[in-house]
Design a protein around this ligand. Structure first.
Ligand SMILES: Nc1ncnc2c1ncn2[C@@H]1O[C@H](COP(=O)(O)OP(=O)(O)O)[C@@H](O)[C@H]1O
Ligand code: SF4
Ligand SMILES: [Mg+2]
Length: 338
């Protein structure tokens, strides 16, 4: 069995926010538990997919496990080393091994630099290669991401979305990472291009032995690229297991909803943490309000199974938020009735 490259235990990340005039004047802070006790691990050369609607905490997990954001608590072990509290200086040599593909296509692409200069810069962050070596590596990177030589002379504004994504991936590959957090790598692209990028990432994994934490709000895409899938809802993992189990035997009512096209359409519109009355009132979809958090299971306000079962008290019992229960073959689910 392959080696565990990333091991995350009980990770928490709170953001404090002062919103609205009165809280601001009163100095009252609203705490958003964006990641609320999440544990998972990644084995070398595998992909774990992280899926859930906008605002459920996916990006925060990605940024936190790479220590781009400090965790509030929990433990992050990278390649056998506890990195939870390492200082910036201590992290520096590890940075190249753990990289992030950001959702924003323009991230890291300086608009004033040509593609050649962007790649050259990436190749010289951690090393001082000779000019000949840089030229060789740039050719290799272009081949790896399937970009034509002619693009080297372009500025980012002269590239299509798919080309920007490829340059972004080449930049990340330039430092020879082992673990890549890919944050919605296809969400800003046309459907036809999305498939190309997904295939590219899969090929790169095969040839370079990469490990991915693949983040997306799109469950079918996640299922396609991942060996394991973790489904998140409001800062927590509510179901996790082999991709095929999550695809063919989803147990949590939320995972089932995610498979439906309805959830797919709404996921981009609804930020679950929105608290304004207007947003909170939106249909039966409901939102989570941190000033009046749901007690018991946080999914109860939207749960069809809860309704079907005649609103059982255990679902809203403040003393019993359902824990992740092992149902065999490493499949875990947080629902009293799954
Ligand atoms: N820097 C920040 N400051 C305050 N709140 C934040 C910050 N980043 C994210 N959040 C909040 O944390 C929650 C989770 O956000 P995020 O991790 O971006 O979710 P996702 O990637 O799943 O859409 C959201 O409510 C978001 O508004
Ligand atoms: S515990 Fe109850 S409310 Fe929560 S997902 Fe299961 S049935 Fe729905
Ligand atoms: Mg995100």
């Amino acid at each position: 069995m392959s080696h565990t490259i990333l091991d995350v235990t009980d990770l928490r990340k709170d953001y404090s926010q002062r919103r609205g005039l009165i809280p601001m004047l009163a100095g009252r802070e609203r705490v958003i538990p964006a990641v609320d006790g999440v544990s998972f691990y990644l084995r070398e050369n595998e992909t774990v997919g992280l899926v859930g609607e906008s605002g459920c905490g996916k990006t925060t997990i990605g940024r936190t496990v790479l220590r781009l954001t400090d965790p509030s608590s929990g433990r992050i072990v990278f390649d056998g080393r506890d990195i939870t509290r390492l200082s910036r200086a201590e992290l520096r040599p590890l940075r190249r091994e753990m990289q992030m593909i950001f959702q924003d296509l323009d991230a890291g692409l300086n608009p004033k630099m040509r593609v050649h200069a962007i790649l050259r810069e990436a190749l010289t962050v951690y090393e001082r290669p000779s000019d000949a070596e840089i030229a060789r590596r740039i050719r290799e990177l272009l081949e790896q991401v399937n970009l034509k030589d002619s693009k080297l002379a372009n500025f980012p504004s002269q590239l299509s979305g798919g080309e920007k994504r490829r340059v972004g991936i080449a930049r990340v590959l330039a430092v020879r990472p082992r673990l890549i957090v890919a944050d919605e790598p296809t969400s800003a692209l046309d459907v036809s291009i999305q498939a190309q990028v997904v295939n590219l990432l899969r090929d790169l994994q095969k040839h370079l032995g990469l490990t991915y934490l693949f983040i997306s709000h799109d469950l079918p895409v996640v299922e396609l690229v991942s060996q394991k899938v973790a489904v998140m809802y409001l800062g927590r993992i509510v179901e996790m297991g082999l991709a095929e189990s999550i695809a063919h035997q989803p147990l949590h009512p939320y995972t089932r909803i995610l498979w439906s096209s309805l959830a797919d359409k709404r996921s981009t519109e609804v930020n679950l943490y929105a608290r304004s009355g207007a947003t909170a009132a939106r249909g039966t979809w409901g939102v989570f309000d941190f000033e009046q958090p749901a007690s018991g299971c946080r999914f109860a306000p939207r749960c069809p199974l809860y309704q079907d079962k005649g609103r059982p008290a255990v679902c809203t019992d403040p003393a019993s938020e359902p824990p992740l229960r092992d149902v065999g073959k490493g499949h875990v689910v947080a629902c009293h009735f799954a």
